[in-house]
Design a protein around this ligand. Structure first.
Ligand SMILES: [Zn+2]
Length: 493
């Protein structure tokens, strides 16, 4: 039996292959066999797709291979002509540790991540207590050691009254800081005061940190609430948290970037107007990028009326024309990253009355296949190669660049970590409740017919997820806290 780190190696379709071993095999002149050789795949990068394979030594990609190369290896994996994507980076997750582990924990969320092809996550700071300092980042990393499958980094949080801890943060701990401009159930540190916000922007610029913005304006929402009150049902939710909150906040953020030169990444952009403003700001040369989530690409406000709390989100889901504008931004390259905004709550919390049900949904497991399904539905005649190339850019290369991980993660390139995803772009399947890995146990995509499926996820050369005949298998929870370098302000497209 051929073993791949304790798990049987078999290609999809069950064509199990023996390992090539010993001297005398054809190979690129190396004496020791590689740890793992992957053959028969279509290698995906942001620049395109080529047929070939790759070899792994000591957890890193040793070299890329041509379609007919079969160097000596301890273990082999035949991809059967399917696509091999770089391990994905989800730069927007809420894995809820510490303090909110009744909603989610890193054991469950790590399985959800690798089942969705995600090998690296960057976790948000709004836990209990929130993550504010370099020392707290070290303590959190110790707490997570040995508990999760997924490699990880953290975004720090900040309070408006004292942003000074940001001055002592080095790239080891964080390269990015999350700022909430509007509050909700799990957002403890909202910066409402304009003078304080100014100070946060100035401090981050001086410390070389990128600000990640939840850019909705709390005062706009407060004004509307004082007039109209909370909605009685989910049908009124979008009007209760409308696009005006996002548009006002984005305009303020752009002005602050102009004054201070702070690099910003605006999260979960939901409306056409925000996408236009941010694209225009980037076009003038300001260090402004933005993220779109799978749920804003998959659903509209109608979904909130129909399914209620599951699709109650912050920012809210908007109209069809907004969704179309966001797709345009994804396909046209205006969007820098896709982030799942994986933010689980228990069923009981979601079943509270509309005004009290917390916003958020799980998404790290569903992200790749949901966005791939959307791309195929919108443009079935387009080449799967081009669509997967777009996903490699937005889910691996650009987040690696923005967050200083590009020397280790984000591409199928010699020297980088051997993180990759064997993906069947044509398989159609339904997301059943039993397949959901998040601790919360539900998904807004339950019952969806998906196009494209993760068959195997390899992280640092080890299989951490494989799927065959309806069975999921997982590796051991040895995900690492990653180091990073200080990224440049702008990442070239
Ligand atoms: Zn979030």
């Amino acid at each position: 039996m051929t073993e791949l780190h304790g798990q049987p190696v078999h290609a999809p379709g069950n064509s199990e292959q023996p390992a090539h071993e010993g001297p005398g095999q054809e190979g690129p002149g190396q004496e020791q066999p590689y740890d793992l050789v992957v053959t028969g795949v279509r290698l995906v990068s942001g620049d395109g797709v080529v047929a070939g394979g790759l070899a792994v030594s000591s957890g890193r990609i040793a070299c890329l291979l041509g379609p007919r190369e079969r160097p000596p290896a301890r273990r082999t994996l035949d991809g059967g002509g399917r696509h091999l994507l770089p391990g994905l980076i989800d730069s927007h997750v809420h894995f809820r540790t510490p303090g909110l582990t009744h909603k989610e924990d890193w054991a469950h969320a790590g399985r959800a991540a690798v089942a969705g092809g995600v090998t690296t996550v960057i976790d948000m700071p709004n836990t209990l207590p929130p993550l504010h300092t370099a020392e707290e980042a070290h303590r959190k990393a110790e707490l997570l050691a040995g508990t999760t499958l997924v490699d990880h980094r953290f975004h720090l949080g900040v309070t408006g009254d004292d942003p000074s801890p940001l001055r002592s943060v080095g790239p080891r701990e964080a390269t990015s800081v999350k700022v909430f401009l509007a509050g909700h159930h799990t957002a403890p540190d909202v910066v409402r005061d304009p003078a304080q916000l100014e100070k946060v922007f100035r401090t981050a610029a001086e410390a070389g940190l990128r600000l990640l913005l939840h850019a909705e304006d709390d005062a706009v929402f407060g004004l509307l609430d004082s007039w109209r009150g909370a909605p009685a049902g989910y049908g009124g939710y979008e009007r209760h948290r409308p696009r005006s909150g996002g548009i006002v906040a984005v305009a303020r953020v752009v002005e602050l970037v102009r004054r201070h030169g702070t690099a910003v990444h605006v999260l979960h952009v939901s409306s056409a107007e925000e996408a236009d403003l941010l694209t225009a700001a980037a076009h003038t040369g300001l260090p402004v990028t933005f993220e779109v989530t799978p749920h804003h690409l998959s659903f509209t406000a109608t979904e909130t009326s129909r399914t209620g709390a599951r699709a109650r989100l912050s920012p809210a889901l908007r109209d069809r024309s907004d969704r179309e504008r966001l797709w345009q931004a994804v396909v046209g390259g205006e969007v820098a990253t896709l982030g799942s905004d994986h933010a689980p709550h228990t069923r009981a919390e979601k079943l509270r009355p509309p005004a009290e049900a917390p916003p958020g949904l799980p998404g790290v497991q569903e992200m790749l296949t949901a966005v791939h399904t959307g791309l195929r539905r919108r443009a079935p005649e387009d080449s799967p190669d081009a669509q997967l190339s777009c996903l490699a850019r937005l889910l691996a290369e650009r987040p690696a660049g923005l967050f200083g991980l590009d020397e280790r993660k984000g591409r199928l390139r010699p020297g980088l970590d051997a993180d990759f995803v064997l993906f069947d772009a044509d398989e159609r399947w339904m997301l059943a409740p039993g397949a959901i890995q998040s601790k919360c146990g539900w998904s807004a995509y339950e019952g969806w017919t998906m196009t494209g499926r993760v068959l195997r996820t390899v992280r640092r050369g080890e299989t951490v997820y494989s799927h065959a005949d309806g069975q999921a298998e997982f590796g051991s929870p040895d995900g690492r806290w990653l180091d990073a370098r200080r990224p440049g302000d702008l990442v070239p497209r």
